[in-house]
Design a protein around this ligand. Structure first.
Ligand SMILES: *[C@@H]1O[C@H](CO)[C@@H](O)[C@H](O)[C@H]1NC(C)=O
Ligand SMILES: *[C@@H]1O[C@H](CO)[C@@H](O)[C@H](O)[C@H]1NC(C)=O
Ligand SMILES: *[C@@H]1O[C@H](CO)[C@@H](O)[C@H](O)[C@H]1NC(C)=O
Length: 426
């Protein structure tokens, strides 16, 4: 399935393709996330060196992962019947190396965490510690003192990952998401945190539960669209909005809005210059293994894309230039600086031969004047679900799941590392 076909994916094709891909999916069912989360696996099968403050994985042993071909160059070449070695980092785009400074790590490591910046305060929410443990609290970093300064407990009934989040500059809105660890169900509950009083309140529930819907506050309305449907895999197209002010709903029910042309979870949703942008994402996601009492995650066919959609006064979706590469898991990996959107890391399409997941290590710039993209720099490593902030000339990011080392872009360790670099945009 070439990437170029996906734009013309009709619903019927999707159904047919899904049937086909389920067969394919069986071959892909590998508990990749568990492997990448397992601390014992890391401890017993790797040698670490520290280079420029970045722990670099020099050797690693893939033997714990089965069901798909292993990731080494030799094996790729063998499978391809060729002596030529494919670079394992085939998907990286050349970009300037940036100098990154290590800052205090987050109190806990996080995958699929969320973040909201309000002035100098950076609120980091929920997320997985590992596949069997999820967080239910907010950690707060102060960009002025460069310290983790606070912890706020979340409502116990609030989702733990795959949220939709937005802010009005004082309150943080949290809509739907996955409740619990592994690949458990999604819920439709919505909440608001008043960051001044540190009190949570409830909002009217979304009409349906969603996984990681694109969410943003625009013209006084909380917009929620796309995401994954109740089975965690099927892309949703529905789009709803709710009038809100100061953390309170001004309406009893969500209003139906124009559906998004392409659905799925893990996209960046951004309001800039009074326009709403939806960037990147994917169709499909891990699903609970049928009959598993713990809703054990199993891998399914996914298509990652770099599509960019925009809504303006006309309230019709406009298709803009796509990202330089397909990119997903970037919900909170962005900031707006000097009429640009900056996006850090993510996941891209799987490796064409090994079918391995491939992380993204580039920093992208979307120019809001020309509506075009550039690749402007590199992160200290490839990483997905980063939480990104900007303060006083510094670009910050923390948390996510990083790669296995410079030569291996597959996901491994879940981290809470915090980094910053001086940003200088053109
Ligand atoms: C790597 O895997 C091989 C084969 O599964 C095993 O024999 C070897 O001991 C492993 N090496 C390390 C360092 O774990
Ligand atoms: C497979 O081998 C061919 C012939 O050597 C080469 O051109 C191609 O790039 C290889 N593709 C992959 C995915 O390894
Ligand atoms: C943003 O623009 C201002 C004014 O031109 C400039 O001084 C500043 O360095 C720019 N910021 C970045 C991060 O490039």
């Amino acid at each position: 399935m070439s990437r170029f076909h996906h734009k013309h994916f009709s619903a019927t094709k999707l159904v047919l393709f899904f049937c086909f891909s389920t067969v394919l999916g069986v071959a892909l069912v590998a508990n990749l996330i568990r492997e990448s989360f397992s601390p014992s696996h890391i401890a017993t099968s790797s040698n670490w060196v520290v280079r420029d403050h970045v722990p670099v994985l020099l050797f690693q042993n893939d033997s714990a992962i089965d069901a798909v071909p292993k990731g080494g160059n030799a094996e790729i070449a063998k499978k391809n019947g060729s002596k030529d070695l494919l670079p394992a980092t085939f998907a990286d785009i050349p970009a300037p190396n940036w100098h990154w400074e290590a800052m205090p790590s987050a109190p806990v490591p996080r995958l699929d965490g969320y973040a909201i910046q309000i002035k100098n305060m950076f609120y980091v929410l929920q997320g997985y510690r590992n596949l069997d443990h999820v967080h239910s609290h907010v950690d707060v970093y102060d960009f002025i003192t460069n310290k983790w300064v606070d912890r706020i407990e979340s409502p116990k009934e609030m989702a733990n990952s795959h949220l939709g989040v937005a802010t009005d500059g004082r309150c943080i809105y949290v809509v739907s998401g996955q409740y619990g660890p592994q690949c458990r169900g999604s819920i439709n509950l919505a909440f608001a945190l008043d960051t001044k009083t540190k009190q949570w309140s409830s909002l009217p529930p979304l009409p349906l539960p969603r996984y990681a819907p694109a969410t943003q506050l625009w013209r006084g309305r909380l917009h929620v669209m796309g995401g994954g449907k109740e089975n965690r895999h099927t892309p949703a197209l529905e789009h709803w909005s709710l009038a809100v002010k100061d953390g309170k709903a001004l309406e009893k029910e969500w209003r139906t809005e124009i559906p998004i042309p392409r659905g799925g979870p893990h996209r960046a949703c951004i309001v800039a210059n009074d326009r709403l942008f939806v960037i990147g994402g994917q169709e499909g996601d891990f699903m609970p293994k049928p009959g598993s009492p713990i809703f054990k995650c199993s891998r399914r066919h996914e298509v990652v894309y770099g599509d960019v959609y925009m809504l303006d006064d006309e309230m019709k979706w406009k298709v803009l230039q796509p990202m330089p590469k397909p990119d997903s898991h970037i919900e909170c990996a962005w900031v707006i600086v000097n009429n640009s959107i900056i996006i850090t890391g993510g996941t891209t399409e799987k490796h064409p031969v090994t079918k391995r997941m491939i992380l993204v290590g580039e920093v992208f710039q979307f120019h809001l004047d020309t509506l075009t993209w550039s690749v402007i720099g590199k992160l200290p490593y490839r990483i997905k679900t980063t939480l990104t902030g900007y303060w006083d000339g510094w670009l910050y990011f923390t948390s996510g799941q990083r790669d296995r080392g410079p030569d291996n872009p597959q996901p491994r360790q879940v981290v809470g590392d915090m980094w910053r670099t001086k940003l200088s945009l053109k």
